[in-house]
Design a protein around this ligand. Sequence first.
Ligand code: SF4
Length: 774
Amino acid sequence: MDDAPHDDETTGLTVEEPSTWAAGVPAVRHALEYSLEQTTVPRTARTLLTMNQVDGIDCPGCAWPDPEVGHRSRNEYCENGAKHINDEATRRRVTPGFFRAHPVDDLASRSDRWLNQQGRLTEPMVKRPGSDHYEPIGWNEAFALVADELRSLDSPDQASFYTSGRVSNEAAFLFQLFARAYGTNNLPDCSNMCHESSGFALHETLGTGKGSVSLLDLENADLILLVGQNPGSNHPRQLSALETAKLNGARIVAVNPLPEAGLRRFKNPQKPRGVVGRGTEIADRLLQVRPGGDLALFQALNRMLLEAEDRAPGTVLDRDFIESSTDGFDTFAEHVRGVDLAEVLEETGLTLDEIGAVHEDVLQSDRVVVCWAMGLTQQRHAVPTIREIVNFLLLRGNVGRPGTGPCPVRGHSNVQGDRTMGIWEQMPDAFLDSLRDEFGFEPPREHGVDAVGTIRAMRDGEVSVFFGLAGNFVRAAPDSEATEAALRRCRLTVQVSTKLNRSHAVCGETALILPALGRTELDVQDSGPQFLTVEDSMSQVHTTRGRLTPASPHLLSEVAIVCRLARATLDGSQAIPWTDFEADYGHVRDRISRIVPGFHDYDRRVTRPGGFTLPNPVNEGVFPTETGAARFTTNRGRATRPPAGHLVLQTLRSHDQWNTVPYTDDDRYRGIHGSRQVVMVNRDDLLDLGLSDGDTVDVVGVWDDGVDRRASGFTVVAYPTPRGGAAAYYPETNVLVPLDSVAETSNQPTYKDVVVRLEKVGSRPDRAPEGATA
Ligand code: SF4
């Protein structure tokens, strides 16, 4: 970083040099400190030693897969996973007395961190119309209340049923079944906001919305490109796989606007070289691309590959694969040959040498994997960018062979599984036909609303009941003020949750909090103890089994909540055995095995150690696209060019954060401590803008609808972002992301593509005169 470390006494902010490495002994220390702050030594030991182990608890954090059985370490988790699990296993409790002491307005004034730190919810609570407090309600009365409201709607489409990626396969399958038996496809989920763009692009080009890469592929690749990804904070165990790949001889190229610590070096705390040595260098090259410049970068690489083939025919492209398994090559090639390299340099902010070096890496690599995450998917041109990555892979046959392929890295533990289970507003007819044949009702065929569509529909009075199965919708969603206003318009909002969050405080006229069992807890139903199942980012399906005593005797499992809600709401004309499903989750898996492709004999296969991996047609050389071939595509789109005096802001998570929940106000790897009200800006841009490190600014969103979107009182931190780009924390700056600013085709909000200006409201007291620091 190009600014001296400093403290700001007024905000509590301390800034120091960003770390050049991730994990190591400090990660272990921080994980244990947080865990022991939340719970006891025996409980911490119990959760951590069973986490990500066979027959243990699946980490509720990200969706990174577990190594094969026999290759797992005794401590198969990262710093963040340890925090996530013990955040849930906390001994702190939110009781009815807490709600008596804290009216809803008070809760709405609290920070995300404060709300989370209050502990586990213990009883169902209701906020009745006109009241400003939640009060206890019995489960039966709560279900009757929701059922009455749902039955009173003119149309089932006036309700929307949101799912978070923490929800198990069983609960997700039942939730979509309930929504469709009730009569709507309004099934938004968190995937609408994280990897929807990946699904659209991959489905169109390869015929499946999932990645095709396994851990073994990653570890055996010659070249790995990490694009728009911060594995050190968001998928930390990926660093272990990258370390193995490096030791196997892989080269790694990181393409990211920020030089994140985890992209540089990894100190594996489970290896001596990670404890006392320098650790492993991760990225051989770090390309600090401008926000939105990734499409241009891959087009340049594709043009270079075509030209290399022209110079040495038959040596660069995989002609056999292109001819036998793809279509659209000629049109694509003609388009990409016309890519203007001068424009590419402008779009990417990179030099020709930097791009040329990656091109040489590609030429020397027989097996290439491209990983990406939300740094790509949340751009305006995310779908064309991912399609261009597929072009890049297809050119040299880097799809479907060992050590190759596309690898979208999902951010929440079962977000991929929930989609497989039918949580999607656009499920294909074949799936709906199977539901009809199995359960004797006609599911609705008209597509429902996604996350953005739900907010618009609530805003416009077209949806008046919002039901959230886990998650924190109001904080995860864009355009915070618009989303809050939309939720407040609802007649009824319902949140199934383990802990308190802002979605309980920003609610409808009537609001319910339904407290659920967590992943860590024993789930006993009429047939005995139950286990649940999940699918990770690499399509491995396996069990998760909690063992702790539940936080309160009043909790219900998510499966039980959905089953009881369905029994209270539906008229029973469908042949759906809700009571049996609740009593024995094996019955749910039996039905899933008859409906969802790849899940035959589910209940037996999933209990094998390590579970099973879903088939991916791409790895069989089959591309179930419209044409039956892998598709080259022609892609267009320019990075957002902010007007003079403006920047393109990306929202991002700190290291010490899980989705919408910050555990502390520190971002250790970026060297930012004590405050999240910061905006990171390149020093040269600060000079151009007449600002200095430490100034206080309002960050003001610029969009053409005339709405004043403003995040006030942020401290400017000079940071090595690319010129023209800025960064600030999610969810605090979601307020700046316009609801209508979405990725083309996928409708995914553009959290990484927000035009802002910085309005100065104050200076750092000890700041040197303008221009005095270099
Ligand atoms: S890498 Fe992801 S799944 Fe693994 S322990 Fe960390 S947060 Fe959990």
